[in-house]
Ligand binder design. Structure first.
Ligand code: SF4
Length: 325
């Protein structure tokens, strides 16, 4: 077996090349005592790719709960008895107020999220109207959206309104996907990602680890992201929500969580690797190390249905770990 760490260092740093699946598999198999070296390499690659810039984003859950889909990790599915109550779509002025608050919290990007399979006409109109209002009020604020499965017509309207980025997560590997969702397919997700790119949007696509996937699934997932080429990869760590089918799963081992963050950086050296939901419960006191393992951004709490920690703690973490805030 090749000596994965020096090989990865040579390809990623010296040659500025792309790591193959074979090299990534070697990194996945590194013994735990060597993971520290992997994190250092990922940190070096991140510094070379994006310097000390930290990307800070705030999510806005514009229509909570009541979703028709059955994603097993999600407390917003209407199929599960969770503590998330379905709420109506927010009014345009609420989007604008939330975007202003995000700006005041230090975010450069505001991501509008709705819990749906895909947008209805009315929902799309509201999101477009809100995007126009935000862009007029804060031209410097980037607006991203996460609206589920999109058609060409949806994409055309979102582009016209000024949306710059589409989030649509692959979530996991193609092989594991049917085990976490039966109401739509991996191919539908893949197609929406490609469609977003065809329409000229920046693509944000990542997923969740800790949903019962194997090490092989994590590798497949990273290789699929390499093929897709998103500009941003959000990494979530399963926070098992009461009432969902994954409620009894364990929290991801923090060392394996860090290993995955580092591998994501090395697989996609120029992407924005963003630590997202579940980072607090998974990494706990190791969140600083998370930012020193290849990550280049965070989602500020709160997340869609769970709370994060105070912004000040996150900004202090970014400063401590050498990021410009
Ligand atoms: S992850 Fe999205 S599509 Fe799946 S149930 Fe939750 S809100 Fe619906």
């Amino acid at each position: 077996m090749l000596d994965a760490l020096p090989t990865a260092r040579r390809i990623a740093l010296d040659e500025q090349g792309v790591l193959s699946r074979e090299v990534l598999a070697g990194l996945a198999a590194l013994p735990r005592e060597d993971v520290g070296g992997l994190l250092t390499l990922a940190d070096d690659v991140r510094r070379r790719a994006s310097g000390d810039a930290a990307a800070v984003e705030v999510l806005f859950n514009a229509k909570k709960g009541g979703c028709s889909e059955d994603c097993h990790f999600c407390s917003q599915s209407a199929r599960y008895a969770t503590d998330v109550l379905a709420e109506p779509l927010r009014e345009t002025h609420e989007f604008l107020d939330a975007a202003r608050e995000a700006r005041d919290r230090g975010a450069a990007e505001f991501c509008i999220v709705v819990a749906v399979r895909g947008p209805s006409n009315a929902l799309l109109e509201r999101v477009c109207e809100a995007t126009r209002a935000i862009r007029a009020d804060m031209p410097e604020m980037h607006v991203a959206v996460s609206l589920g499965i999109l058609t060409d017509a949806h994409c055309a309207k979102l582009a016209e309104a000024g949306v710059h980025k589409i989030n649509h997560n692959l979530e996991t590997s193609r092989r594991h996907f049917p085990a976490i969702c039966s109401t739509h397919s991996y191919d539908e997700r893949w197609e929406t990602c490609l469609r977003a790119k065809r329409h000229g949007f920046e693509l944000c696509s990542g997923g969740i680890i800790g949903m019962g996937e194997t090490a092989e699934d994590r590798l497949d997932f990273l290789c699929a992201l390499q093929e897709l080429g998103p500009v941003e990869v959000p990494i979530n760590f399963l926070n098992p929500r009461p009432g969902t089918p994954l409620s009894d799963r364990s929290i991801v081992d923090p060392v394996e969580a860090l290993r995955f963050v580092a591998m994501a950086r090395l697989a996609l050296p120029y992407a924005l690797v963003r630590l997202a939901g579940g980072r607090e419960i998974t990494l706990q006191g190791l969140q600083d190390l998370g930012m020193q393992s290849g990550a280049s951004g965070i989602v500020l709490g709160a997340y869609l249905t769970t709370a994060g920690r105070d912004d000040e703690e996150d900004f202090a973490m970014l400063r401590r770990t050498g990021f410009a805030v």
